[in-house]
Write a protein that binds this ligand. Structure first.
Ligand code: B12
Ligand code: SF4
Ligand code: SF4
Length: 213
């Protein structure tokens, strides 16, 4: 089934990038029938408005697919804010990062984030799973960070290990999240944010673009 009309529709609704991945190998048995992952990205930081924008895009995808008789499962953009809800348990099984690499929209950088060649890691992501047999894009299978190690050198908490992601070893430890979370307020770039985000801004792929907001 041609995915182009759906992608076009979602871009008109405001998505910066839309990809479709075959996520079969990443799914738990219970949801194996929903084996197409639609990766949605917008070129802006993950604030309240961005979350609302991503949820609006998810609903647009859902309406489009349901009209044609297909099933969907919307994985919300953020989970830390809705701790305890059943849906957050799904992140362990299918994360936005997985769907993004399966959709060919980026690799997991040494900073542990999705790096898109055009937008770096400045994008915010959401996922829609569906049983619609949409034609899938080719997955990204290897890191393209190369010799760069700016995020490894400059992470103020020493959380970035330097390990390299590949689809063959997708869950290798890349960032020590305990260290990342424990960064003291005075060392953060923005005191009010739980993490400093330096590994986003220092990345050459992120620096080449201006955020939508
Ligand atoms: C919990 C959380 C955190 C925690 C822990 C980090 C973590 N585990 O990612 C903390 C608070 C530390 C954190 C920090 C940040 N976070 Co955060 N966080 C999340 C959250 C809510 C859940 C992540 C999670 O637990 N996933 C489950 C684990 C198992 O998967 P994963 O690590 O996400 O991804 C792995 C798999 O996808 C696998 N994989 C990749 N391809 C494939 C293919 C196959 C076939 C398979 C099997 C697996 C596989 O590789 C990935 C890396 O190991 C997500 C939103 C979400 N719902 O996903 C945002 C999210 C990951 N965070 C995001 C951001 C932006 C940040 C910060 C920059 C915050 C800031 N200051 O602005 C920092 C960056 C720190 C860093 N270097 O990673 C963005 C990342 C965007 C991007 N470009 O990648 C997300 C996706 C939110 C969003 N909706 O956009 N975060
Ligand atoms: S958010 Fe800051 S502390 Fe966490 S991994 Fe990135 S650079 Fe390191
Ligand atoms: S700063 Fe360099 S090593 Fe780190 S994610 Fe970006 S390209 Fe990869």
């Amino acid at each position: 089934m041609d995915a182009a009309p759906l992608k076009e529709h979602l871009k008109q609704e405001g998505a910066t990038l839309v990809g479709v991945g075959d996520v079969t190998i990443a799914l738990a048995h219970d949801i194996i029938h929903l084996n197409r992952g639609i990766a949605l990205a917008v070129n802006r930081g993950l604030g309240r408005e961005t979350i609302e924008m991503l949820m609006k895009l998810q609903k647009a995808a859902e309406a489009w697919l349901k009209e044609q008789g297909f099933r969907t499962l919307l994985i919300p953009p953020d989970s830390d804010r809705i701790k305890g809800k059943y849906i957050t348990k799904l992140y362990k099984f299918v994360s936005h990062k997985t769907v993004a690499t399966c959709s060919g929209l980026g690799w997991i950088g040494k900073n542990g984030l999705i790096i898109n060649k055009q937008y770096g890691s400045k994008l915010s992501w959401a996922t829609v799973l569906t049983d619609a047999p949409l034609e899938a894009d080719s997955p990204v299978t290897e890191s393209q960070c190369g010799d760069c190690d700016l995020c490894v050198k400059h992470c103020p908490s020493g959380a970035v290990t330097g390990n390299i992601w590949s689809r063959g070893e997708p869950l290798k430890s890349i960032v020590n999240y305990e260290k990342c979370r424990s960064l003291k307020k005075e060392r953060r770039l923005f005191e009010e944010k739980p993490n400093c985000g330096l590994c986003v801004t220092i990345c050459p792929y992120s620096r080449q673009v201006r955020s939508g907001k």
